[in-house]
Write a protein that binds this ligand. Structure first.
Ligand SMILES: C[S@@+](CC[C@H](N)C(=O)[O-])C[C@H]1O[C@@H](n2cnc3c(N)ncnc32)[C@H](O)[C@@H]1O
Length: 347
């Protein structure tokens, strides 16, 4: 039996349930009576039939490594396309639309990253650190555990509320609501500025200059990014690309995951800035296994997926659920590569 049908879901259709409004996506061949739907989209959430808690879905393009938030911003060669100011300002607000889901589904980072960060940036209980785009505290907590005095910032009040809850036991952490571009510190410069999976959301005209302005001479700018690379259940991600091509016509054909060796270090922004010395890089590979509901929840924390038209997203999610549950035995494994880039401010 072919693992990948010519059409991953030849008889899947989206259907409407006019009684209560939602759109239902289901593989009709498994469910001719439409009574046991794979997923029900209520205009806001995918409500799974099998998941114990809420399910979201959103679009992720697994074949676009280096585009962790909005894969359509990359072209076929994997080069970032220009993100317009309007796109950026709209998409970067999507995370706070369901801050609890983000908190539940988005992982923190490999502990060795913080050991390396502490060494490379000289962090410890004496250090003052600014974190930009802290979300619900994925990197803030390990920073707090290093004993640093942390000012963590995020533009979303809902993300900040959860970050404050998660960090309540750390008097050394202050969490503020602000866009980085607008923030005016009142108490001097920092020993380090860190941004985890958020730097690409900052205004590119401002971010390096203002980060440098926030640092004492010799202070460190650390940028953490995470990419989906080849590994784990590779065949599932190859098959899932068919779902994206079907339900999102803007999906470029023929994309594939790259290996860690194929992904460049992307030092250009540091190199262009006269405010920083040469960047150093550290890489960390790790895996996470997801059931279908868990994976859809994760997808729904990505901005591009959140911005997708609801009906197309419902179809995409049903397609992915079908693959995971019916072809891949109920769980898939995603291979991540987290990178720390760090450079010191020039005197
Ligand atoms: C992908 S999330 C990363 C959250 C967290 N740091 C993590 O590692 O999961 C990006 C975060 O950056 C925030 N953000 C985006 N643009 C921002 C800006 N200009 N200033 C401050 N926060 C921003 C968003 O609200 C969101 O919480």
């Amino acid at each position: 039996m072919s693992r990948v049908p010519a059409d991953p879901l030849p008889d899947m259709e989206l259907c409407h349930r006019p009684s209560d409004g939602p759109v239902t996506a289901l593989p009709l061949r498994q469910n001719p009576g439409a009574v046991n739907c794979t997923a029900v989209f209520d205009g806001l959430r995918i409500l799974p039939q099998r998941a114990p808690d809420h399910d979201w879905a959103s679009r992720v393009r697994p074949f676009l490594p280096g585009a962790p938030e909005h894969p359509s911003l990359r072209d076929l060669k994997g080069q970032p396309a220009t993100m317009t100011d309007t796109n950026r300002e709209m998409l970067r607000t999507t995370f706070g639309q369901d801050a609890e889901l983000y908190d539940q589904c988005r992982p923190s980072y490999p502990p060795p990253l913080f050991t390396d960060l502490a060494t490379l940036a000289g962090l410890g209980p004496h250090a003052r650190v600014l974190e930009i785009g802290c979300g619900t505290g994925q990197a803030t907590l390990p920073l707090a555990q290093l004993g640093c005095t942390v000012v963590a910032m995020d533009l979303s009040p809902d993300m900040v509320a959860i970050a404050r809850r998660n960090l309540a036991q750390f008097p050394n952490v202050t969490v503020v609501v602000s866009a980085f571009e607008d923030w005016q510190p009142s108490d001097g410069t920092f020993d380090a500025v860190l941004s985890a999976t958020a730097f690409h959301w900052l205004d590119p005209e401002v971010r390096m200059i203002k980060a440098a302005d926030m640092l004492r001479p010799g202070g460190s700018l650390g940028i953490v990014s995470t990419h989906h690379i080849a590994g784990g259940t590779n065949a599932f991600f190859a098959d899932a690309q068919r779902c994206y091509e079907r339900f999102d016509p803007t999906t470029p054909p023929g994309m594939r995951l790259t290996t860690d060796d194929e992904t460049p270090e992307e030092a250009a922004e540091f190199d262009r800035s006269a405010r920083f010395g040469p960047a150093e890089f550290r890489r960390y590979e790790w895996q996470q296994t997801y059931t279908a509901p868990e994976y859809l929840n994760l997808l729904m924390t990505y901005s591009g997926n959140r911005a997708m038209a609801p009906q197309a997203r419902a179809g995409l999610f049903a397609c992915i659920t079908h693959l995971i549950d019916d072809i891949y035995g109920g769980a898939i494994t995603k291979q991540y590569r987290t990178r720390l880039a760090i450079a010191h401010k020039t005197p």
